[in-house]
Design a protein around this ligand. Structure first.
Ligand code: BES
Ligand code: ZN
Ligand code: ZN
Length: 490
């Protein structure tokens, strides 16, 4: 689907106009012939122009028109637009090839840029399909949408190119999550990113293979990979802005890239093991966000670290009760091999600290406890910094994604101390499992670095309550929040 702004469409199969009510005063922006045609349609009484309600009719020339209701008692948000355009997309995408939208009708309490951004995001995020393995692909009629406006503002012209970068990155994030674990193993994941990132300007790529990870003494990361048929990979991307100087800020992103999580010897029961291909959702999220952000020329330097492996069972797999030394020298008693994400992240966080970033943000499908605490609609955040967490909360609010901060307290850090090693990889009880996992990660973040951990176990996939997300599969939730954070970080 191509979105143009004020381009010329050859034929328009459907024209979309907006109605903020059905009284003459509320429809005075419609042209006379459209209004006359509308008034002749008997069934128009069913149309109240409530927000998101659609009414289709033919104008006097026989052109198909859809009146889209935008009247509401409450304030309309961008999210309202995203959601209703997602529903609209489903209605039109199989029937019309070219659609024209009267943008100037649609602004309401949003400005034209905000309305255009939200509408385009709603359409493009909904047009996503994962069809890599389907012999017969679904046919979509819709090829182009043109937003028509009288405005010539440069700010308006820059909206669609940005939305396309952001939503294309979300599509890549979703694709990576949806790919099967026998295909997207760690080496395949790393090769994909390496190839994809080559197209990005000002970006350097380094991929550490198993030998390099051994050389780095990443004992915890390697212990997770021990039972795997595939080598692990650590992908390290660095974006340096053209105008970088000594004052340039440095953001580091870290992602959990478990291409599959069986639990290891602490094997998951079969029902819980299903969908564990999504356990690389942290890595796909931060990579997608990195990709979109660097295409939008942020002022900060951005590093992105992706820790990739699967967690499998095999003769060499790590046994529970093992004691392993981390890259930072701390020893860890592995009580449960299913608490593997924190082990991979621990060594990767320590590695990231070597590059002395101002802030580190990690994203991970880290704990089942996250779903107990916040459900499948809200991402959890734990952080050592009020300033960083407030900035992330601001970005989430701006992008209308749900993010909630959970506490980290010294008692949680005490609960992950082992009597026979420096740490153990799970707390003494099931309670506050997400925060205790975060307390474990905190042991690997160097003093003086602001760090935030996003536990996306609940939101990374199957967001059927969001009409612009596929009902099953990778969602891409938190990518837009992270992009906003990176673009606004000072
Ligand atoms: N990948 C899982 C967490 C998860 C669970 C993500 C459900 C998405 C949906 C993680 O590696 C895990 O298994 N965590 C354990 C930790 C426990 C053993 C301390 C969990 O949450 O049960
Ligand atoms: Zn696990
Ligand atoms: Zn896991």
């Amino acid at each position: 689907m191509k979105l143009t702004l004020n381009g010329k469409l050859k034929n328009v199969d459907l024209k979309v106009i907006a109605a903020s009510g059905i009284t003459p005063a509320k429809l005075k922006h419609w042209d006379k012939s459209t209004l006359a045609a509308f008034n002749k349609v008997k069934s128009k009484k069913s149309f109240k122009a409530e927000f998101g309600q659609e009414f289709s009719f033919l104008d006097e020339k026989g052109n198909r028109i859809v009146a889209f209701g935008i009247s509401t008692d409450k304030k309309i948000t961008s999210e309202d637009y995203r959601k209703s355009l997602a529903k609209f997309y489903k209605m039109i995408s199989k029937r019309y090839a070219s659609v024209e939208v009267e943008l100037d009708h649609f602004t309401g309490n949003l400005n034209a840029e905000q309305a255009l951004e939200a509408m385009a995001e709603g359409l493009l995020l909904s047009s996503y399909k994962f069809e890599n393995h389907l012999s017969k692909k679904e046919i979509t009629e819709l090829k182009s949408v043109n937003f028509v406006t009288k405005s010539k503002a440069a700010t308006l012209k820059s909206v669609l190119p940005k939305v396309i970068k952001v939503t294309s990155a979300v599509a890549i994030g979703r694709d990576l999550m949806n790919e099967a674990p026998n295909i997207l193993n760690a080496p395949a994941f790393a090769s994909y990113v390496q190839k994809d990132a080559k197209t990005l300007k000002n970006v350097k790529i380094k991929v550490l293979n198993k030998a390099a990870i051994v050389k780095e003494k990443m004992g915890l990361f390697l212990s997770v990979n021990a039972g795997s048929a595939y080598e692990p990979r650590l992908v390290h991307l660095t974006y340096t802005p053209t105008k970088a100087n000594t004052k340039t800020k440095h953001i580091a992103l870290v992602g959990k890239g478990l291409t599959f999580d069986t639990g290891g010897y602490s094997l998951k029961p079969s029902a819980s093991m299903m969908k564990m291909k999504y356990d690389m959702g942290g890595a796909s999220t931060v990579y997608a966000a990195f990709k979109a952000a660097v295409q939008l020329n942020p002022n900060s330097k951005i590093s992105c670290f992706l820790g990739m492996t699967d967690n499998a069972v095999g003769p060499k797999a790590t046994m529970p009760d093992s004691i392993i030394k981390a890259r930072n020298g701390k020893t860890v008693e592995i009580l449960n091999t299913d608490a593997e994400g924190r082990l991979v992240l621990a060594d990767v966080l320590d590695y990231a600290c070597d590059f002395k970033p101002n802030v580190i943000i990690d994203a991970a499908t880290l704990t089942g406890a996250m779903l107990m605490a916040l459900g499948t609609e809200i991402a959890g955040m734990m952080s050592n910094s009020d300033q960083l967490s407030n900035k992330l909360l601001e970005s989430a609010a701006a992008k209308e994604e749900y993010l909630w901060r959970l506490p980290l307290i010294p008692e949680f850090s005490r609960d992950i101390k082992s009597p026979i090693a420096d740490l153990k990889n799970m707390g003494g009880s099931r309670f506050a499992g997400s925060s205790k996992a975060a307390a474990f990660l905190q042991e690997f973040v160097k003093e003086g670095i602001d760090w935030a951990h996003l536990d996306i176990a609940g939101v990374a996939s199957d967001q059927s309550h969001l009409p612009y997300c596929p009902s099953t599969g990778g969602s891409g939730v938190m990518i837009r929040t992270l992009i906003d954070f990176m673009l606004n970080y000072k």
